[in-house]
Ligand binder design. Structure first.
Ligand code: GLA
Length: 389
């Protein structure tokens, strides 16, 4: 993306990517391993330090500017005493979380724009959090690695914004690696990159269905997992997470919870097993088998976790039948948003047009498609050319 000229007056540029999740959905808050990648769609944040304790931010895409005081962050109000608009809660939340950790904060003036579609399940909000956190780390020389940075952003999202998300999105935006999926164990936080075979492309398709009630439905799923875990701990007192249950242990205890909790926890236990199996398949370049696990994941999200929509189901079903598509599934929390497909590189352009036309023929609706590459995580640059302005 060519940055608009408004960015020319800022000395610092923080760039944080969005993410796509290839496999392991709704298990990052159940102790499972996940397989996301940072994508080449970004939040761009230009900023200059101020000497006072005021933060002034312009959201270029929304044409909105707010100013607030660092010492008023917990009140979620701007300098006029008005409630912060929703978008401003993300940067403010990050600074609030930093304050809780007794980290130094600096006033600044900044502007940001994004090439990540908003509300499409590609973690535009995590990227905003990570971009602002990395900027402040630079301004105040915090001694903090990217994992701690991601955890601080997650804390902000859980406690300040009220979405009880796991760590996957902030982790991927902070730690992305070019041309790699990230195998991330959310229990011990170990992770490593897995090179993406150069014969495949990541194709993301946006259903453009707004993710309505996503926050409450998401939090609700998380509560169900906690309830199921408490029941299963009667039989297996040592487990801390649903993902610690083997498939056979799950068989033993599943009847101790009601039908809904059974479905939710079955998805979680089986999805964990799928990721562990998938990683070996990927390393052996067994892409058809890997793709079959993506399809199984989608079916489970549709039937057991119940976070799909008819539009996502249609898209996955059409995509799965197209030439060169190894696997396809909804990506992210669900309830609308995007699907991700792994497609043989040489079949990509035919895949993209066939998916759009078949979907249009079936539903009368339009989609958007982004052919993405996996990218590096957040960076902050000092732009010398702007420093004299
Ligand atoms: C959202 C959350 C993540 C994760 C996914 C579902 O993106 O922010 O932590 O739970 O949903 O896998």
């Amino acid at each position: 993306m060519n940055l608009p000229e408004e960015f020319d007056q800022y000395e610092y540029l923080s760039i944080a990517p969005g993410r796509v999740n290839i496999l392991g959905e709704h298990i990052d808050y159940n102790g499972g391993s996940v397989l996301p990648a940072a994508i080449d769609r970004y939040v761009f944040l230009g900023a200059n330090k101020r000497t006072d304790q005021m933060i002034k931010i312009t959201a270029l895409d929304l044409k909105d500017t707010i100013t607030f005081r660092i010492n008023n962050i917990e009140k979620k109000i701007d300098i006029h005493g008005n409630p912060l608009p929703d978008w401003a809660l993300y940067p403010a939340g990050v600074f609030w979380a930093a304050k809780k950790q007794n980290l130094e904060l600096s006033g600044f003036e900044g502007i940001f724009a994004s090439s990540i579609p908003m509300g499409a399940g590609l973690s535009s909000s995590a990227a905003v959090e990570v971009a602002f956190a990395a900027l402040m780390r630079e301004f105040c020389s915090w001694d903090m690695d990217n994992m701690e940075l991601a955890k601080m952003c997650q804390y902000a999202e859980n406690q300040y914004i009220g979405v009880n998300c796991g760590l996957m999105d902030q982790f991927a935006s902070a730690n992305g690696i070019k041309n790699a999926f990230l195998f991330f164990n959310t229990t011990n936080l170990d992770w490593y990159p897995v090179e993406i075979p150069d014969t495949i492309s990541i194709v993301i398709t946006n259903s453009k269905i707004p993710r309505s009630l996503a926050t409450s439905a998401y939090n609700d799923r998380r509560v169900s997992c906690e309830q199921a875990l408490r029941k299963f701990q009667n039989k297996f007192p040592d487990i801390q997470n649903l993902c610690e249950l083997s498939l056979s242990e799950f068989e033993e205890v599943q009847k101790s919870v009601d039908d809904t909790l059974q479905k939710r926890s079955k998805h979680v236990v089986e999805e964990c097993a799928r990721v562990n199996q998938a990683i070996d398949l990927l390393k052996d370049n067994q892409l058809n088998e890997f793709g079959n696990l993506m399809k199984a994941s989608h079916n489970s999200l549709r039937d057991l976790y119940e976070v799909s929509t008819p539009e996502l189901d249609d898209l996955v079903s059409i995509a799965s039948g197209l030439q060169g598509c190894y696997g396809s599934r909804l990506t992210g929390a669900g309830f609308g948003g995007c699907i991700v497909s792994l497609v043989e590189k040489k079949a990509v352009s035919a895949f993209v047009s066939a998916l759009a036309s078949s979907y249009r023929a079936k539903t009368g609706k339009e989609i958007e498609t982004y052919v993405c590459t996996a990218s590096d995580g957040v960076t902050v640059q000092w732009c010398e050319k702007n420093s004299s302005k």
